[in-house]
Design a protein around this ligand. Structure first.
Ligand SMILES: [Zn+2]
Length: 269
């Protein structure tokens, strides 16, 4: 098993170039494609950090930073835990920390940049199923029988609903956790809806690193699909949040985005 040094997604073999990085949404570094392994990452001192973000929600990160530096999330529910997005490293200590939080019912990524070492994590957790959005399954570089596809809407456990909204990738999804934020609801936005540094607005893009926008129609479609849900807080996949009033913030952010791409504010440019 090989891990792309740039995006930290696991691969069955060390191909000439990682397809995820060669795609227009990512990048291949100037030095060219590089591969690493779990043993090399262990030797380099990488560790998994699991920290509670709010009751029953945990952030999973790698220190020092690995790949694009995402934060995975673990939602704890009475029916089993859901790991939302994955990181590119796992070791026995990490698996023990996650097992101590309860049985993992499913591992599911918001989109292919977040696959990480999802099959390796599944093995470390005794074979937890890995759910992959059917529309994006061609990006899986390490096929395995633990992978199952899904599409549309899926209640992965009671109280945690996956919604395929597209946008960033055709299979891009968000996860709605009804019991989050003290019962007001949490939306795990992945890169479908990414929180801004102002902690009060979000944005929507085909590519964040290469700054490729989405159309007004797609941003409106995504917003309509989430504003029927009850949620007060949003977490994106890089540790950024909109802590309160997040549902109204999505609509506000979408209206601003749509106004800009339509030309409403061209007099300001
Ligand atoms: Zn890559």
């Amino acid at each position: 098993m090989y891990i792309c040094s740039t995006c930290a997604v696991e691969h069955e073999e060390a191909v000439e170039v990682c397809a995820i990085c060669a795609d227009e949404r990512q990048w291949v570094p100037a030095a060219g494609q590089q591969w690493t392994t779990l043993d090399e990452l262990t030797a380099a001192g990488h560790e998994v950090r699991v920290q509670e973000l709010e009751p029953d929600l945990f952030g999973i990160t790698i220190e020092p930073k690995l790949g694009i530096g995402q934060q995975a999330h673990l939602v704890r529910t009475p029916a089993g835990n859901v790991i939302w997005d994955m990181v590119g490293y796992v070791d026995e200590d990490a698996a023990r920390q996650v097992r101590e939080l309860g049985e993992v019912a499913a591992i599911v990524a918001s989109h292919p940049h977040m696959y990480g070492v999802q099959v390796e994590w599944s093995r470390a957790l005794g074979g937890a199923p890995v759910l992959v959005s059917e529309a994006d399954q061609k990006w899986v570089a390490r096929p395995d029988p633990v992978i199952r596809t899904w599409s549309g809407t899926l209640d992965v456990v009671p109280g945690v609903r996956l919604l395929q909204l597209g946008g960033h990738f055709p299979g891009s999804a968000v996860a709605h956790w009804a019991a989050g934020a003290g019962g007001k609801g949490v939306l795990l936005g992945g890169d479908t809806i990414q929180a801004n540094p102002d902690r009060a607005t979000m944005t929507f893009m085909r590519s964040y690193p290469n700054r490729i926008p989405l159309s007004a129609a797609v941003v409106d479609r995504i917003t309509r699909a989430v504003e029927v849900l009850e949620f007060d807080r949003l977490y994106d996949n890089f540790g950024k949040t909109v802590d309160t009033d997040a549902r109204a913030a999505v609509r506000r952010s979408a209206d601003r985005y749509i106004g800009w791409v339509r030309g409403d504010f061209d007099h300001l440019t």
